[in-house]
Design a binder for this molecule. Structure first.
Ligand code: ADP
Length: 490
């Protein structure tokens, strides 16, 4: 899976478009379907089966049976782990094809897709290792009793994921859910249904019992909503837009099911004058333009200390102008298309709004080419905190540069948002770095680096950027129920 070693080759075959329910590939009960696109060309790639509420019900019943009367519920934890290791091996075997499919359907560059596949393998192996290490405790209770805790699966988990990291988000959700012994009904994003279908095939090849993982493509308002409101789903794990999370939380209230959310951000990336300038310029560039800005942790609010502001922005703009935009399957490409026309139009709308509201457009601001959904890397300078481009999550290659003067001032301004997913600081001064890390309200803080996310470290948001944590040991808490058992001793 080395970077840029893959040859450009024929389009990967799309073998599967149906619903995976109870270990079988089925047509939807009501025959629904939708088209999925190649965002680099705008052309249709395939027609994919769309699940209705009836299919959701079938899948939830299959997941319940697999949990309570199938082999999964009685399986040794180590054996669960073995199946997960096997799946990781299969992903490794197929990673070139999976990466190509991801690039084709999602538009991310082939190098980024290959890195994602390594992330998928790492995540599955990490949680496979956890499967037989999830332990309860004995508790020194008062009186002549023995009390101990068991950690048991939450049950049937509904998992709803977005389009920006389709397979990585699948792995972040399947990994801890399966390690803890739950069963899963997953709805991938309607923009990127294809690689999840291939993963369903690989899960069957690995030998997961029928009903342990079920995959239902479809629209959010129908398939997703049916999963959220289903009374026999115990928990919803969701990654997506903050407005969707509000709808889900309200809908989940009727059945009081557990919810965990990983939502958006408007992450502050703070550059002090005492930084290593070369590293900070490269880091700020990567922070915003990685995957065309389609990243919940994108460093979209770039605070630069006044003393270096002018030089910093000029250097950033030079790099932006040199960025190689184009075919995501070409290993030389640095930025592919945005995922859809809808996203491209939204981003271009913000580019117009930024200019109208008085920010200085340093570079970009336009569509790139006239085919597919490409947007130029865009830099707005002299942005004010109350401008829409400084407040809203744009989810595209658009950075707002906000000059600042003092440490206290920049911490206060960095925190002036209802988001709190990630933040970064660039400085050689350890006092400043640790002060910022302690005072910024964000689930992840990077010092002199950006976008370093590992399967071993907890990831999630403060404030409206989320509830709960994924990755690391932290995720296990959200996929187990704790049960206290107390025994009277004679
Ligand atoms: P984005 O703006 O990034 O597309 P969304 O929150 O709309 O983010 O989508 C993330 C996931 O949530 C997708 O799988 C989508 O289909 C799903 N989704 C959208 N609306 C709903 C809803 N009302 N109920 C459940 N899932 C939904």
């Amino acid at each position: 899976m080395a970077q840029a070693t893959m040859k450009r080759s024929a389009t990967p075959a799309i073998r599967q478009t149906k619903l995976l329910i109870n270990g079988e590939w089925l047509d939807p009960v009501e025959g629904g379907s939708f088209e999925t696109y190649n965002p680099a060309t705008g052309q249709v790639l395939a027609k994919v089966a769309a699940a209705s509420a009836k299919d959701v019900d079938k899948a939830v019943k299959a997941a319940r049976r697999a949990l309570e009367s199938g082999p999964w519920g009685r399986m040794d934890a180590a054996e669960r782990g073995r199946l997960m290791f096997k799946l990781a091996d299969l992903v490794e075997r197929e990673s070139d094809e999976l990466a190509k499919m991801e690039s084709l359907n999602c538009g991310k560059t082939i190098n980024d897709s290959l890195a994602d596949m390594q992330g998928v393998v790492n995540t599955l192996r990490y949680y496979a290792g956890w499967a037989d290490k999830i332990e309860g405790r004995t508790v020194p209770v008062r009186g002549n009793f023995l009390s101990y805790t068991l950690r048991q699966p939450v049950g049937v988990i509904g998992q709803i994921i977005p389009w920006n990291f389709p397979l990585l988000m699948l792995a972040w959700k399947w990994g801890p859910a399966l390690a803890c012994g739950n069963t899963v009904v997953m709805k991938p994003a309607e923009q990127t249904p294809l690689t999840a279908l291939r993963m369903g095939e690989l899960a069957m090849e690995a030998g997961f019992p029928a009903g342990v993982v079920n995959l239902l493509n479809g629209m959010g308002e129908t398939t997703g909503a049916a999963l959220v409101s289903h009374p026999d789903v115990d928990k919803i794990a969701f990654t997506g837009h903050v407005d969707t999370a509000k709808i889900i939380q309200k809908a989940a209230a009727d059945t009081l099911k557990r919810v965990t959310f990983e939502l958006g951000g408007k992450s502050p990336n703070v550059v002090f004058a005492d930084c290593d300038m070369d590293e900070a310029v490269a880091g700020a560039f990567h922070a915003i333009y990685f995957h065309g800005g389609q990243c919940c942790t994108a460093g979209s609010r770039l605070f630069v200390e006044n003393k270096i502001h002018q030089e910093f922005v000029e250097r950033l703009a030079e790099k932006a102008k040199e960025r190689k935009i184009g075919d995501p399957l070409d290993p030389m490409t640095e930025q592919g298309p945005q995922v859809s026309k809808e996203q491209m139009d939204k981003i271009l709308g913000y580019c117009e709004l930024g200019q109208k509201q008085g920010a200085t457009l340093m570079t970009g601001g336009q569509r790139h080419g006239d085919k597919g959904f490409f947007v130029e890397p865009t830099i707005f300078d002299n942005v004010k905190d109350d401008m829409a481009i400084a407040k809203d999550e744009i989810f595209g290659p658009v950075v707002s540069v906000l000059p600042f003067q003092r440490v206290e001032e920049v911490i206060e301004r960095a925190n002036r948002t209802f988001y709190g997913l990630a933040a970064a600081v660039w400085t050689q001064d350890i006092d400043k770095a640790h002060r910022f890390a302690r005072e910024v309200k964000a689930g992840t803080v990077w010092v002199n680096c950006y976008h370093i996310v590992d399967t071993t470290t907890p990831f999630g948001g403060f404030k409206m950027s989320g509830q709960g944590r994924e990755n690391g040991e932290a995720a296990l808490e959200h996929y187990t129920e704790s049960k206290t058992v107390t025994v009277k001793l004679k």
